[in-house]
Write a protein that binds this ligand. Structure first.
Ligand SMILES: *Cc1c(COP(=O)(O)O)cnc(C)c1O
Length: 336
């Protein structure tokens, strides 16, 4: 199968390690071997899963004459922080439209957005949801009026271009599998805007990896992500008509959102603390903590029986830990 990649700009430190979790396997594996693909190590500040997508997105921007990246996300968006730093690294302007009230303190990703010199506007949630398309159009016109060109990058960099990031990562996984002696695996990732899941699902099919990809949704529901993966895939096929046709079946492990996006339960905070001590592996409360908790619940429920190996994709998110520090202090908090 001839797979011709579009150009990318190298931003990520790859290949990332595939690491065996010996103690976690003993504690939770029920006979499975638990592995983690360390995509939290794609960089220091420019880290996590979004960097892999941005390699293709920024190349597309440069090659098509854009001088500014215009994107959106939550106030603590990892994607926005990665875009701000990638833009600064490449000499592109970056403008972030953030969902939520402007925080009094600049911390976590929001601090890094400012350090990287991104222009930032915060919009109250209801307005953001209602008007985001209009806001994108308005800011694009603002730049056009100055003789500049702003490219809109959708939430999470999840579209047909960004999908290449994890299609390419599957080549890495193929090498990881043969080195680790993995013959068949379940791959589990947090899914939030769907692009990582889309790329992995497509990549596994295109590279004929012996694996099944599961997204643990951290917002919305299973149907939302089944539709999102299908529409990102359709976008990818429309943009790259020469790519091989593949049939995909998105799979979602629903039931682990808890109270809502970015709201983690005490159990998730406890799990993050526990795994930090057990394996030196730090997850975040917004994405990877919930996804890991979901994976463990599904292991306990027998979902993956008959397949020895389970690979968790650590998609990053470390800067989201600090603004949620109070979640780790419940025992000392009055009334908790
Ligand atoms: C964005 C993000 C995800 C979800 O990836 P999508 O491609 O948006 O679905 C998972 N983990 C972390 C840490 C993220 O920042």
């Amino acid at each position: 199968m001839a797979l011709v990649y579009p150009r990318k700009i190298q931003l990520a430190q790859t290949p990332t390690p595939l690491q065996y979790l010996e103690r976690a396997s003993r504690e939770w594996g029920r006979g499975h071997r638990l592995w983690v693909k360390r995509d939290d190590l794609t960089g220091c500040t420019l880290s996590g899963n979004k960097v892999r997508k941005l390699e293709f997105i920024t190349a597309h921007a440069v090659d098509n004459g854009y001088d500014t990246l215009l994107t959106c996300g939550g106030v603590q968006s990892n994607h926005c922080r990665a875009t701000a730093l990638a833009g600064a690294q490449l000499g592109l302007g970056v403008h972030l439209l953030l969902r939520g009230e402007e925080p009094a303190d600049h911390e976590g990703n929001f601090l890094l957005d400012h350090l990287a010199g991104a222009a930032v506007n915060c919009y109250p949630s209801e307005q953001f949801v209602r008007e985001i398309d209009a806001l994108f159009a308005q800011w694009q016109q603002h730049y056009a009026a100055q003789g500049r060109r702003a490219m809109v990058v959708p939430t999470g960099g999840s579209d047909g271009i960004g999908a290449w990031g994890y299609i390419a990562a599957c080549e890495e996984l193929a090498g990881d599998f043969s080195q680790a002696g993995i013959e068949q695996a379940h791959i589990v990732t947090a899914t939030g805007s769907g692009g990582t899941q889309t790329g992995l699902t497509l990549g596994v099919a295109l590279h004929e990896l012996p694996a099944t990809v599961w997204g643990v949704n951290v917002c919305d529901n299973a149907q939302y992500f089944i539709d999102k993966v299908a529409s990102d895939t359709a976008d990818w096929q429309r943009l790259y008509p020469d790519a091989p046709a593949v049939a995909i079946e998105p799979r979602v492990l629903d039931g682990y959102v808890g109270q809502g996006y970015a709201i983690a339960s005490p159990e998730v905070f406890d799990l993050i603390a526990h795994l930090s001590r057990l394996e030196g592996l730090v997850l975040d409360p917004v994405y990877t903590g919930k996804a890991f908790a979901g994976m463990l619940a599904e292991i306990a429920g027998g979902r993956f029986e008959g397949c020895r190996d389970i690979v968790f994709v650590h998609t990053g998110g470390i800067f989201g830990v600090f603004p949620q520090r109070a979640g780790f202090n419940r025992a000392q908090a009055p009334g908790a």
